[in-house]
Each structure stands twice: as C-alpha cells, then as structure tokens.
Ligand binder design. Sequence first.
Ligand code: PGA
Length: 256
Amino acid sequence: MRRPIIAGNWKMNKTIPEALEFVASIKDGLEAIEEVDRVIAPPFVALAPLADLLKDSQVNLAAQNMYSEEEGAYTGEIAPGMLARLCQYVILGHSERRACFGETNEGVNKKVHAALAHDLTPIVCVGENLEQNEAGITDAFVAGQVRAALEGISAAGAERLVIAYEPIWAIGTGRACSPDAAQHVIGTVIRGTLRELFGEGPAEAIRIQYGGSVKTENVADFMREPDIDGALVGGASLRTSWVDLTRRAVRPESGE
Ligand code: PGA
C-alpha cells in the first residue's frame, strides 16, 4: 500500500518570521495526523529556520526547486548538497518554473538525477495547459513529460519518486480537474507509463499526487480515487485550515 502524501507549496509567500509563526501554529495539529506524510515547501530562505523548528517533528520540508550541478559559478542557484540537511523533498519542474523561468524537460531530468543522488525525494510535476487539454492531447503530452523527466532513472531510484499531476488550467484558478479525469491521467496515463518504464513493482510503489485548486472541501474526492495518493496544494496551504485539509484527506468523515 502506498502511504498518502499531502504537500503544501507556498510558492513566493511568507517572510521568515511569518513562516515561523505559521508553522508553530499548525505543527501540533499536523503531527496528530500520523497516517499521512505531511510536507511543507516554503521559500529557500525559510528552510533553515523551519528545519530547526521541526527537528524533532514528523512534519517534513521540501524545497521548491534546486539546480542540478554540485557547485560552482551559477549565480543565484542552490545546489542539491546545500539542501541535504534542510529538507527531505524537492519539487522539480513545477509548471510555473517551466513557464516563467524556461525550465525544460531535459533540465528537469538532470535535476531528478541530482536529487536522487543526494537522497532527496523529488516531487516531479507534470501537466498540460488549457490549449492542450482542449485539443485532446493531454494523455500523449503528459506521458511524454513523464518519460523525459525520468530518462535514465533506475527502477530502484524510481520507487523513491513522487509525481504530481497538475493540469496548468487548474492551478490557482479555483477550477479543479474532476476526480474522474484526474484518476484517468494519473492511473491510466502516468502509472501506465511508469509500468512500461520500470515494470509492475516500481509502478505500483510510486506515489502520484493531484494538484490544482485542491481545498478542504474537495481533497477527499481526489483521495477516494484508487491511483491518487495525495495532493500538492498551493493557495490552501498558506492558511491555518491547512491542518483540516490534511486531516480530511485521510479521514474524510472528520467534520473538524
Ligand atoms: P493551487 O496550486 O493549489 O493554488 O491551485 C497548486 C500548485 O501550483 O502546486
């Protein structure tokens, strides 16, 4: 059985004091929800202070990006080795990085290799835009992104991956994908591609999240789908109701 994973991507929000105050206020609530992996992805500068705050906690941290090289003349970049003691996960290939900062499939693939080499768990983001969705090419496009991101990864490395399916048209729009359509892309397209690449065992072990306008009210509908193992959440991860969202993901009947 795959352990569910709910991750909050803060994007470019919260200063260090705001991050510390917010996490201090939700920490106990999150810690009580033991049946799910709980991950917070703050901006880089908040990672070290939050790692300190969470050092004895089961709540894990993720970076929102990193570079693939070990060190050197790459002004403004962060190397995988710099993240090693600060966080357990790293989000790679988020659509905003692809759209605003020119990230390519090839670059994402290098980052996946680098993250695994440093024992960081990559959360690899894939997803189609509205035009592709309306043109009916979602399945082929997403399968291609998965293949490209995971080129050259071994089956043993693959088992450690998390993949996030985030249709771009659903991100930050309040217009989530239907759970049915997300299950199709995640179960048939993504897990099917993983089966072709790595075989049945790894394909069944890899956790796949849905992302795009997930909130407390709809998270359980996604989690009910057999191949959806969690959520990658933007806007709703910035509020104290984040604890309720996480709880609702694994205890759908909880009214709290
Ligand atoms: P959203 O963002 O939950 O605000 O739609 C999701 C994401 O970009 O990871």
